[in-house]
Design a protein. Sequence first.
Length: 339
Amino acid sequence: YILKTVILGQMLSLFICGTAVTSQYLAEKYQVNTPMFQSFINYSLLLLVYTTMLAFRTGSDSLWQILKQRWWKYFFLGLADVEANYMIVKAYQYTTLTSVQLLDCFGIPVLMALSWFILRARYRLIHFLAVAVCLLGVGTMVGADILAGRQDSEGSDVVIGDVLVLLGASLYAISNVSEEYIVKNLSRVEFLGMVGLFGTIISGLQLAIVEHREIMRIQWNWKIALLFTVFALCMFGLYSFMPVVIKVTSATSVNLGILTADLYSLFFGLFLFFYKFSGLYILSFVIIMVGFILYCSTPTRTAEPTALPQPSSSGLDNAALKLEENDSETPAVTVQFTR
């Protein structure tokens, strides 16, 4: 089970690495910064595949019934998911890479708190120790960035950038907890179909407002089109595969497992962007994996809902109950009448 969880978590990390590397290559090589447009492509693919699957369903889990019963819940879920993606990417314009990597981990304690109250997950001491070990690994990775000179120069407004990261991490936590609840209680297709529907609408409107000029400035060629395609496929694979992993494990363990995504991006960056290598990167990877395995070694338990006390019987009901008990205890006597 632990080996399966580790492999699934690292597959998600590789999808995230693909989105990060293609985005960075677009920004550095071709000066293309269109995070909302890239998200819009992903949500459109989800709409095309999973919302279409819902449209062909009939009965209580059809698209019309889902929209009629809980459309407003999925609207807020789609809004949280779209804005989480946008805020994290936007934060890079204001603060440093180091701050984003550190503050992005704020989503893990928020996720654990939401799981405690909403999903009734109950953690043991070993789970808190495992999270602390994973965060230590992230700290080691940031330290390696500083020693290797990879951290960016000071952002234009660090406070705004840090607030954006914290808000984005919190919205990611809300989205992941909602995803775990829907996947385990309803269905994976319903989650992806509804996120695709409302995500396309929300990101399309936001795209028209904030990024239409950037899209007009893109000098299209086959390389830029290929990078957009690879990004879209990696993002679509991440969204499609994550509910499967969450159903097997939990949202918290998934978020701990994908902490290694930055390290995979770094290893690709050694060849694409000529980053300097540090042995601390290997150490941070080992520390994160140890914490992740430690977390998965002991399953969390779910608290049972508290049973309401039964009201005690009184008066005639109580007397009738006692009569029934006496009748059951008295041996049956057969009386035979003769003429």
